[in-house]
Design a protein around this ligand. Structure first.
Ligand SMILES: C[S@@+](CC[C@H](N)C(=O)[O-])C[C@H]1O[C@@H](n2cnc3c(N)ncnc32)[C@H](O)[C@@H]1O
Length: 221
């Protein structure tokens, strides 16, 4: 079910799980804060000389994080982005067409639709410096390539999907991260904080998006 969040951007609500794909206080503002500002731009600031950036996302969903990252890649021409995502339950085209991200974000090149129309399970070059690979699979069944620079950890929350926040999964992800890479998520849960700390990452709780007080960011040393 499509609904409109407080910043005017749309998201999806799953009544059976009482769960939204994004914050009901603002889908675009949440993604922009958690993943773009505190993930992508934080990594860029810490690694100004890196010319390649591997981004791995858990939960492709509406494609909003991929779309926002693509938009930023138009401004950061000195870095080639390889964006890989996993999604076991792709949305129907009829749902995607009801999302208003293209309209809200002046998508003159019609890239949002292109992102969704592009094929699964193989790399698609969206521009000179942005390559997208969407994989139809669960994270559990996916072999994450090594040397990830940024992790966008965006599964459903612990209440809905506790298995995604387990030691096994977090270990799998952290193993794929390169030195000085950055892990970001909307969650501020202590279970996750402690797991990341036990794996020797530098973990912090930083201000969250919209009305959310905190989110987690962790850096691999
Ligand atoms: C919070 S929503 C996605 C948000 C998405 N990044 C976006 O901007 O729309 C979580 C996503 O994780 C997907 N998901 C569920 N189980 C998964 C699994 N085992 N592995 C990877 N993704 C999963 C869901 O289908 C859903 O699309």
């Amino acid at each position: 079910m499509i609904c409109i969040t407080n910043d005017g951007s749309s998201t999806i609500f799953l009544p059976d799980f009482n769960e939204y794909y994004h914050s009901k206080y603002g889908a675009v503002s949440e993604s922009a804060h958690v993943f773009i500002k505190n993930g992508f731009y934080f990594w860029k600031k810490e690694n100004p000389n890196k010319k390649y950036c591997n981004i791995f996302e858990v939960g492709f969903g509406t494609g909003l994080n991929a779309f926002l990252t693509y938009n930023e890649s138009k401004l950061i021409l000195d870095t080639k982005l390889m964006y890989t995502s996993v999604e076991p339950y792709p949305l129907k085209l009829s749902e995607i067409h009801q999302l208003n991200y293209s309209k809200k974000l002046d998508d003159n090149d019609k890239i949002f639709n292109f992102i969704h129309d592009s094929k699964w399970n193989s790399p698609v070059q969206l521009s000179k410096n942005f390559t997208l690979t969407k994989n139809i699979t669960t994270l559990q069944n996916f072999n994450i390539e090594m040397n990830q620079d940024i992790i966008y950890f965006d599964p459903f929350c612990y209440r809905v999907q506790p298995e995604m926040w387990s030691k096994k999964i977090i270990n799998q992800i952290v193993n794929s991260m390169s030195k000085y890479s950055v892990f970001v998520t909307f969650s501020s849960m202590n279970i996750l904080f402690d797991l990341l700390k036990d794996l020797k990452l530098n973990v912090e709780k930083i201000p969250g998006p919209n009305k959310k007080k905190k989110m987690i960011r962790a850096i691999k040393n």
